[in-house]
Design a binder for this molecule. Structure first.
Ligand code: NDP
Ligand code: 2IT
Length: 445
């Protein structure tokens, strides 16, 4: 059996109850067959066995009191996956579906994603099964304070630097930052995604969505094409979806869908900047449902449906993992979609990815296409360390250059290993090599 085959077998045995983690590891390791056969040093140093095992995982009780005075308990988790190239770095997710396996898949992806950004960041991920939906601001604050009371023992500006993810935005980062500062009596860059007045970076809120569109534009350039005039479907309606639409509009494309866990809207006229402002108010302030968009702008609402049945040139999945199944992918491709740029983490199931690769469409996997968010978090860390802040133009320019560099690394690695334009192969190989070589340099740790 090949080295990859052997390691995968062990991973499946030891993590049998974690399907998302197994899915993520299988995809990455299968891409590495040629690399580990060519370079024996990876096997000699047991790099694959080590890279699939988190350096540390922390699980803790998060007790808090709701508005009625009831004591509630959630589970808090932080996976500190790999610190070979920098402090652990990755978001925090608050969603009822959160468990160790999901955070391990996200932490594992983050290791390779962060490596691709060109910045010195290791990989981690955290979260809780706490559901912020329907909770008052005070309940969210008490939860965040309790969560940080324990998490603060394990993180630090040079140790582990969390940020946002599903269910965690500026509000939650603020409450967690406040509690960390109170406990430690230090004002540091321990979290990213902070608001501007207290250490945040311009463009960090925009970065993941903007980056996913920059990545799509880079892929299109290889075909002498651009985003101009492209019809796009977008899923989700949170942070990533919103700024994906803003950038598509800036580049002359048209987005026609949005969704949340209740259903999708289809606006064939396009979600222009004015309608986008309504979505931002609806989702970020009123915390309402996307159906209200259809009511307001008199467009189609598809209850319980994802947006992949709508004809498009480009798809930007920006909600959650495994949101494009094999049938969805077939429908997208049959309808002529030829660009998929993943704002979400692992939104396409393996059967969907197989179809993208077979048809040779422009497919940017999440760890490359959505790396703009964490890259700009890295820029926020740099600004915090320097005790200065860069202008919007400076940060946006750096983000664009980083997305171009990621695109080039993927393309170069895919060519080197004989499948030019296969960004899955390219992202996994380029992300891996830097981390693996650093692990060898640092000995058996
Ligand atoms: P938000 O919480 O801002 O928005 C999430 C959106 O996705 C909401 O519309 C939500 O709908 C929908 N959604 C979440 N879970 C599900 C589900 N199980 N089924 C259907 N819809 C769902 O999160 P973000 O925009 O920050 O994150 C979106 C994706 O992007 C995630 O995969 C995240 O990991 C990834 N990502 C985020 C980055 C960031 O910087 N924020 C960086 C890189 C990747 P509802 O309100 O109904 O739950
Ligand atoms: O999945 C991701 O890359 C994020 N949620 C952002 C992580 C970060 O540290 O900015």
């Amino acid at each position: 059996m090949s080295y990859v085959g052997e390691v995968l077998e062990g991973v499946k045995k030891r993590n049998a109850s974690e399907p998302e983690f197994l899915q993520a590891v299988t995809e990455v390791l299968e891409s590495l067959e040629l690399v580990v056969e060519k370079h024996k040093k990876y096997r000699d140093n047991a790099i694959l066995e080590r890279i699939v095992e988190p350096e540390r995982q922390i699980i803790f009780r998060v007790p808090w009191i709701d508005d009625k005075g009831n004591v509630r308990v959630n589970r808090g988790i932080r996976i500190e996956f790999n610190s070979a190239i920098g402090p652990y770095k990755g978001g925090i997710r608050f969603h009822p579906s959160v468990n160790v396996g999901i955070l391990k898949f996200l932490g594992f992806e983050q290791v390779f994603k962060n490596s691709l950004t060109t910045l010195p960041m290791g990989g981690g991920k955290g979260g809780s099964d706490f559901d912020p939906k329907g909770k008052s601001d005070n309940e969210v604050m008490r939860f965040c304070q309790s969560f940080m009371t324990e998490l603060s023992r394990h993180i630090g500006a040079d140790t582990d630097v969390p940020a946002g993810d599903i269910g965690v935005g500026g509000r939650e980062i603020g409450y967690m930052f406040g509690q960390y500062k109170r406990l430690r009596n230090e004002f540091t860059g321990v979290l990213t995604g902070k608001k501007l007045n207290w250490g945040g970076s311009l463009i960090r809120p925009e970065a993941t969505g903007y980056g996913a569109v920059y990545f799509a534009e880079e892929m299109l350039k290889t075909k002498n094409d651009s985003m101009k005039g492209k019809v796009c479907t977008v899923s989700g309606s949170g942070n990533v979806a919103q700024y994906t639409i803003e950038k598509v509009n800036m580049l002359g494309g048209k987005c026609v869908t949005l969704s949340d866990s209740d259903g999708s809207i289809y606006d064939k006229d396009g979600i222009n900047d004015e309608k986008l402002a309504f979505v931002m108010e609806l989702k970020n302030v009123k915390r309402g449902r996307i159906k209200e968009y259809a009511d307001k702008f008199k467009c189609e609402y598809l209850p319980g449906k994802r947006p992949w049945g709508i004809k498009c040139d480009c798809a930007f999945p920006s909600a959650t993992q495994n949101e494009i199944d094999g049938n969805d992918a077939k429908t997208l491709l049959d309808n002529g979609c030829f660009v998929v740029s993943e704002g979400a983490n692992m939104p396409s199931v393996p059967e969907a990815i197989e179809q993208y690769l077979a048809k040779k469409i422009l497919y940017g996997p999440g760890k490359a296409a959505n790396a703009g968010g964490v890259a700009t978090s890295g820029l926020e860390m740099s600004q915090n360390a320097l005790k200065m802040s860069w202008s919007r133009e400076e940060v946006d320019g750096k983000l664009l250059n980083i997305m171009k560099a990621i695109h080039k690394q993927c393309l170069d690695a895919s060519s080197e290993y004989g499948d030019a334009g296969n960004y899955v192969l390219g992202a996994n190989i380029a992300g891996f090599v830097k981390v693996a070589d650093s692990m060898i340099d640092q000995g058996v740790v």
